[in-house]
Unconditional design. Structure first.
Length: 429
């Protein structure tokens, strides 16, 4: 049994996320890593996530309770689901657990539920900003609308309705904090906290097998992530084509799937270098980290201009992949230009091609950058990140003065809020 002192040190934290396992993305990976690490230290973790309509083995870990909320499939993005924003069952579970902190990862349906739960349970509220939903490349997924300045402004207004209601808003990169402030996000506290990475989950013992299977010869570029507008895969491939024209041994491996997969396949089919492009499709994260793929590749590259602090870069770096990225948002803060990797201007395929040739054209350069990469990524190791979260949570709890009882329940749009706040609309799940 735990002593009274140990029991007092245990935190009870409820995370709300509209994206969770079995989905594969950076938000899910960072949440699972943090939740596991906190649970390992004895904290009680609850994760509120959408219920999915396909068979899968539910995520399970000692000290972590998963609460699934009824949801329906969203048409605008593959595997995304709209979850109910009211759940009496979830309220009862969290109330009985005497939750200390509520923390939302996404400003969507379950973000609404998190804000209202914090008000009803009278607890501190934390929100983490992961995704630039106001970026034109994300707006493209809405399908009914073309990206415009007006829509970007509306997206920022919508996002701020969530984060301005927190007691603490965090983001993995300082550049994101700056951009949030510039666009009207002004909660009482804003802090930079890394997503964190756990090197212990990776196993590269099968790297030689991967090299043999795909015929990799020491000059392989890797991309892991969604195949979507915001990832600028077309820019990455164009840069590869230019480098491949000069270096006949260079290959690229693309791991992932997404709404633009057909477009990318068509682009590859038109290329004279398609035999040197490997498409693996999506690989479940727990399989990817032990597949040996990271260890079989020398360079990780992304042309995305919408990144905050991509987990895939952290994962590549902890496995010694030298990274090439663009000078946009959180990426420059992760790559020490010219030392641990190379940063190029946005959309500059010539510069990205030169970066590939520079790194892969010199074993000495590759080795030097790899060593620097492995040194720099240590600051993102999970133990120190988890300690920072513990300090922030405890500071919020000790300084929390309670919420005003007259605060209204939160809905982004007033008319929808008036409708959904009727007692007859409360889900009994």
């Amino acid at each position: 049994m735990k002593s009274e002192k140990e029991a007092k040190n245990i935190l009870k934290i409820a995370y709300f996320s509209d994206t969770f396992y079995p989905q594969i993305n950076g938000v899910v990976s960072s949440l699972i890593n943090l939740a596991r690490s906190l649970a390992d230290k004895g904290h009680k973790i609850y994760i509120v996530a959408p219920k999915v309509d396909k068979d899968f083995e539910e995520f399970s870990y000692p000290g972590i309770t998963i609460l699934r909320i009824s949801s329906v499939k969203a048409s605008f993005y593959e595997d995304f689901r709209w979850a109910k924003i009211i759940s009496l069952k979830t309220y009862k579970v969290l109330k009985d657990a005497d939750i200390d902190v509520i923390h939302f990862e996404t400003p969507i349906g379950l973000g609404i539920m998190a804000i209202n739960m914090a008000r009803l349970l009278n607890t501190p509220l934390v929100g983490t900003y992961h995704t630039f939903i106001s970026d034109p490349r994300y707006i493209k997924h809405w399908k009914l609308f073309k990206p415009t300045v007006l829509l970007q402004n509306i997206s920022w207004f919508y996002s701020n309705q969530f984060y301005n209601r927190t007691d603490l808003t965090t983001a993995p990169s300082q550049s994101t904090i700056v951009e949030l402030k510039e666009n009207g996000c002004n909660p009482p506290l804003m802090k930079t906290i890394s997503n964190g990475i756990d090197p212990a989950i990776f196993d590269n013992s099968r790297s030689d097998e991967v090299r043999k299977t795909y015929g990799l010869e020491g000059k392989t570029i890797l991309y892991v992530g969604r195949i979507a507008h915001e990832k600028s895969i077309d820019i990455l491939l164009t840069a590869f084509f230019k480098a491949a024209e000069i270096d006949g041994d260079m290959k690229i491996m693309i791991v992932g799937h997404g709404p633009q997969m057909d477009d990318i396949k068509e682009m590859i089919d038109r290329s004279p270098y398609k035999s040197r492009i490997i498409l693996t499709g999506a690989i479940p994260h727990d399989e990817l980290v032990v597949s040996g793929i990271y260890g079989a590749c020398e360079v990780f590259a992304t042309a995305s201009e919408t990144e905050n602090q991509p987990m895939t870069i952290l994962e590549a770096q902890v496995n010694g992949c030298v990274c090439v990225g663009v000078d946009a948002r959180g990426v420059p803060g992760m790559i020490e230009n010219g030392q641990s990797g190379i940063i190029v201007e946005k959309g500059d395929t010539e510069a990205m091609a030169r970066a590939f040739l520079t790194i892969l054209g010199s074993e000495e350069k590759l080795s030097s950058m790899k060593n620097k990469t492995l040194e720099n990524v240590k600051e993102h190791f999970l133990p120190s990140v988890v300690e920072q979260w513990e300090r922030e949570y405890r500071a919020l709890i000790s300084g929390f003065k309670g919420r005003y009882f007259k605060d209204k329940l939160f809905y982004p749009f007033k008319k929808a809020g008036e409708l959904l706040s009727r007692p007859t609309e409360i889900s009994q799940e």
